[in-house]
Design a protein around this ligand. Structure first.
Ligand SMILES: Cc1cc2nc3c(=O)[nH]c(=O)nc-3n(C[C@H](O)[C@H](O)[C@H](O)COP(=O)(O)OP(=O)(O)OC[C@H]3O[C@@H](n4cnc5c(N)ncnc54)[C@H](O)[C@@H]3O)c2cc1C
Length: 240
């Protein structure tokens, strides 16, 4: 899995803070943008977001290149509707190489891993055989959920906040959760104020999951133990 933030505004924090403050000022956002300090931007964003006036953080868009994840993950990802996606096509791109995600639970069990790899080998052989007879758009029907894919995703900061709340939570599946934490790490590097309190619901208050709570709430700024190393190392590129 590789996550790369490939595009974002020049100064996402100041853009949103200037937009927010322009609502209450005689000055336009262009002037406020030029003169606002980080401290004032932090105060403005924290106040407005705290009041639930979230439209001001829609002014910052972030584009991520997400590489080598499973089609199972992207199926979960595209349920998030306030976003733009461009996904590698299995109609136009040949899936000749057997590239697939191995869930850690399967990787950890020798017998499960053997079974899994054998099945993948057989699937890719069937794909290759079918591709000689029919178009790849039909041959691809035999490919598994585990198949590698690349997807480009653009979300604004408001949708990213929502996405991180749901997908950084331990109730989300390991692969999309890992991706969400890596995305959050990247977003925080370029926009530390906007994403200061982003993450699973528990970093901001009581767990919203009620009886399904994992019982392991995180503190503000804390990252989960199982992802600590990758996130702390500042590398948004990890092998799974
Ligand atoms: C742990 C977990 C388990 C899940 N399990 C399942 C499952 O078993 N089956 C399943 O089908 N899905 C499942 N999902 C997916 C889930 O139901 C949502 O489809 C997904 O998380 C996207 O969330 P969303 O709709 O809030 O967000 P987005 O699509 O990102 O939308 C953001 C927000 O915009 C607003 N919005 C967007 N579209 C509309 C609309 N049409 N009308 C009104 N308001 C709108 C809502 O406020 C919404 O919260 C699961 C998700 C998680 C995190």
């Amino acid at each position: 899995m590789k996550i790369k933030l490939i595009n974002y505004p020049k100064d996402p924090d100041r853009v949103c803070a200037a937009a927010a403050l322009s609502c209450y000022s005689e000055k336009p956002s262009s002037e406020i943008f030029e003169e606002i300090s980080d401290e004032k931007a932090r105060k403005a964003i924290s106040k407005i977001v705290g009041m639930g006036h979230l439209s001001v953080i829609e002014h910052a868009n972030f584009t991520f290149s997400i590489e080598g994840v499973s089609r199972a993950l992207t199926h979960q990802l595209v349920r998030h509707r306030i976003a733009s996606y461009s996904q590698q096509s299995q109609r136009y791109v040949s899936m000749n190489e057997a590239q697939y995600v191995i869930p850690p639970s399967i990787a950890a069990e020798t017998k499960a891993r053997e079974k899994y790899d054998l099945l993948m080998e057989s699937i890719w052989k069937s794909y290759a055989d079918l591709s000689k007879i029919v178009a790849k758009e039909d041959a691809r029907y035999v490919l598994p959920n585990a198949c590698h894919t690349n997807i480009t995703l653009t979300m604004n900061a408001r949708e990213l906040w929502h996405f991180f709340t749901l997908r950084c939570c331990r109730r989300s599946q390991w692969e999309i959760r890992k991706m969400a934490w890596l995305m959050l790490g990247e977003a925080k590097k370029v926009s530390p104020i906007l994403f200061e309190e982003a993450g699973p619901g528990c970093v901001r208050g009581p767990c919203p999951e009620g009886e399904y709570s994992c019982g392991k709430p995180l503190k503000k700024g804390e990252v989960p133990d199982d992802l600590d190393q990758e996130i702390q190392s500042g590398k948004a590129t990890i092998d799974i």
